[in-house]
Ligand binder design. Structure first.
Ligand SMILES: *Cc1c(COP(=O)(O)O)cnc(C)c1O
Length: 369
């Protein structure tokens, strides 16, 4: 019998019966977008779920990132990580901000605060770290650096939905945090995103920005964009939220299973999670060391031959893409830790409906190279 294909993730879809009544409501109301009732309801529900006070929904995480940088009026240079999804740096480029890459910490693969501080110049205006794989950044160190050098701190929290750190939501840190609700993420609204902001005035400003800059029917105050989330996506979010506890429980079990089995395999390294982290189990990265019998790419191919589609997140580094590789900070010599990680990392399949049997099959393939 042919083995089923297992991808790195599989979008979570709630039971269709739960979604249909929301669609009926949309058809009945004929309000499709522009801050409709489901949009308002989802903003409130997410504030509640995430333990934040203000949040602006967006059509996707990338437009939210671009808008967050607009909202804080960032120009000049921003220091960021090369070890992320390319949208993190693209958002800077779309604002004509020069990305400056700094290296990551070997334990978490998050931006290294010491490397950030060394990369600061008179043109630096912001730091844009990523809570990579949902692992909390060294938020205290970044805040200290931001305060000392009067820099803005914008977190790409696309991986960090629902992560708690030291008994509070991770989204409290920095000036703004940006979420993605793309289909591949832990919480999805088909496509979607959000900016978490500290106060009502900032929220109002961002709400105007995402609606072309309109502040009322006839007034346009800023060069806004169309970043609005529509009612179908907002309804999806409302339905998904009801399943988050069950989703997290299933993910947690897979994570624990992988951890226990993979820990014993020589040449396979797992990442550290800082003390005080309540993870969302969004990703399961492993690092293939030199003493493992296969290279990372050989293992990747071996798994594929068995219908297991693990992913090399994040390879290539953003700094390796030709559009960014000319930047002085993009040289591999400036980014040794990220460069090595990009050669070693493999993200294993993890999603709520991945049975432990499948996870066991994946572990066996890795254990018997
Ligand atoms: C998914 C992702 C984004 C982009 O989010 P979209 O909603 O797909 O636009 C940005 N940054 C990181 C780190 C991501 O993983």
């Amino acid at each position: 019998m042919k083995k089923p294909r297992v991808f790195v993730t599989q979008p979570h879809l709630p039971p269709l019966e739960e979604f249909i009544p929301y669609l009926e409501k949309i058809w009945e109301r004929k309000v499709l977008t522009n801050g409709g009732p489901f949009h308002e309801q989802l903003e409130a529900a997410l504030c509640d779920y995430l333990g934040v006070e203000h949040l602006c929904l967006f059509s996707n995480g990338t437009i939210a990132l671009i808008s967050a940088l607009q909202a804080l009026d960032i120009h000049g240079e921003a220091i960021t990580t090369p070890y992320s999804f390319v949208a993190t740096t693209h958002a800077l480029a779309w604002n004509r901000i020069t990305p400056v890459f700094a290296d990551v910490d070997p334990h978490t693969l998050n931006l290294d605060p010491d490397k950030v501080e060394r990369a600061i110049t008179e043109h630096t205006r912001a730091i844009v770290p990523v809570h990579c794989y949902g692992t909390p950044c060294d938020v205290d160190a970044f805040q200290k650096i931001a305060d000392k050098h009067k820099l803005r701190l914008i977190y790409d929290a696309a991986h960090a939905f629902g992560v708690r750190y030291r008994d509070q939501g991770l989204l409290h840190f920095g000036d703004l945090s940006v979420l993605s609700f793309h289909a591949t993420k832990v919480f999805n609204t088909f496509e979607g995103g959000a900016i978490v902001c500290p106060d009502a005035a900032t929220k109002r400003h961002i709400d105007h920005l995402k609606n072309f800059g309109f502040t009322d029917e006839v007034t346009v105050e800023t060069t806004g964009i169309n970043g609005k989330m529509n009612e179908v996506c907002a309804a999806m979010g409302l339905v998904q939220l009801g399943h988050m506890a069950a989703i997290q429980e299933k993910r947690g079990k897979i994570d624990a299973f992988y951890r226990e089995r993979l820990r014993e395999i020589d040449g396979v390294r797992l990442l550290d999670t800082p003390a005080g982290t309540e993870s969302n189990y969004a990703y399961f990265p492993i690092l293939i060391q030199e003493n493992y019998p296969l290279t990372r790419d050989q293992l990747y191919e071996k798994l594929r031959a068995d219908e297991i589609y693990a992913r090399r997140y994040f390879y290539p580094l953003i700094s390796e893409f030709p559009i960014y590789h000319g930047l002085p900070s993009a040289r591999a010599a400036n980014l040794p830790v990220a460069t090595l990680a990009a050669q070693q990392v493999l993200c294993l399949p993890i999603f709520p409906d991945l049975g432990l049997e499948q996870a066991g099959r994946i572990v066996s393939l890795i254990a018997q190279p």
